[in-house]
Write a protein that binds this ligand. Sequence first.
Ligand code: GDG
Length: 489
Amino acid sequence: MSRLICVSNRISVPKRGAAPGGLAVGVLAALKQTGGLWFGWGGETVAGEPGEAQVLTRDKVSYATVDLQEDDFDAYYNGYANSTLWPLFHYLVARAFHYSDEQYDAYQRVNRLMAERLVPLLEEDDLIWVHDYHLIPLGQRLRELGVDRPIGFFLHIPFPHIEMLRVLPTYAELLQELTCYDVVGFQTEDDLRAFRSGVAHIWGEDALLPDGSVAVGGRHIRAGVFPIGVDVDGLQAAAEHGAASEAVKRLTHSLQGRKLVIGVDRLDYSKGLIERFTAYRRFLETHPGNVGHVTFMQIAPLSRGDVNAYVEIRSALEQASGSINGQFATADWTPIRYLNRNFPHAALMGYLRVAQVALVTPVRDGMNLVAKEFVVAQDPADPGVLILSPLAGAARELTGALQVNPYDTRGLAHAMQAALTMPLQERRRRYTSMMQVIRRNDITAWHRRFTEALAATAEPDPSATTDAAPASRTPSRASVRPSDVTPIR
Ligand code: GDG
């Protein structure tokens, strides 16, 4: 069996008792099953040229960490990855988009360095799986260094339609880099369609194959949908256990019989937190019977604090929560509990279980694992209600949620009232339908489907087009039509 190599921007060597978040949970689940190597930045920056990767092995999994150069890190991570690609891919150009050639160059240098440090660790039979927008050029850099093994890429965030993508001065390079992979995976059909709109824009409609894949430069790139899921049994056990913990008992005691509405999100402008707070204010104004009887707890651990747009959203949320509490609070009730803290994942699952309603209302999200975690955490006999944005990838699967546009303040306020008063029978029906799809597309299904698709590219492809170049996986740059795009820089 091939060894699996997972590559992501940041890797966390697991410490006992520490629970990793979204991407990390998925990657670890895949690696624990097959064994393999997880490669990425270890969290340290250095002044000079970074050294070779440091490798540590625990059980069947090896963790290889590299340092990054101080000067490049800020421009690569806070700059091009999180101030250019992140807002653009979330369709939030007007809110936060910024482009600079220098940051783009740093992004490319970091990807080159990662490729150079990874190559000495590779073995003949490896399957290489690259994760997320920080590392889009990595596949092409590995090919340039002679790596001929299957390389796959999975995008955890949305992929924008070409009409949004072409705002980026380097969009043609980005598409070219994606076509250097053997498998390109997305969260939803919408993301896949958007990718195909970009491919058609550059290489023409003929490059689009009926099965969703694309043919570029004589190569066949399998492009598909692999919705990320959760570890259902593990989370259910954690939620049951968490609900009985001291921390959760203290929470329920403090509520004094009031209903709990919960939100759990990284503090990010894509998560729709300002819009959510505004809707909660409207809910209290238009449904005054709830004043004093409902508590909204928003957990929002700080994230990307060195990026200006994140400093601004933090300050706006502090103002909004303060203003709502100032308007409605009484001597013995606070309408919003706003917590900028990181909690152990098991504690979060306990909090999700005891909530009657979850607000998962991003203005755009690749999938959103909290939506799935909330449903899994529920007591099947008395489940809570999920209010979900249709702009989250999870909305494609979780049709049993109350789906409301996050900008629709009045609609969200109505949905909160409907959720808090929903009869048990309807809550159970919605819960059951969502659990079916969450189980079908769980975390194991996600990594199994992706790694199987990747392994299949190592086999000879009977459906390959006649002009395919079976001897090489290296795409040719001449495949980008010069008339359609600015020259590749
Ligand atoms: C990206 C995409 C896609 C949250 N607070 C704490 C904590 N969490 C955990 C949640 C969940 C994870 O972090 C967050 O995952 P999401 O999917 O909700 O969002 P992103 O971080 O934006 O993830 C997203 C995901 O990648 C996977 O592909 O779904 O669309 O944007 O598991 O429970 N975990 C701990 N403490 C916290 O305070 N330990």
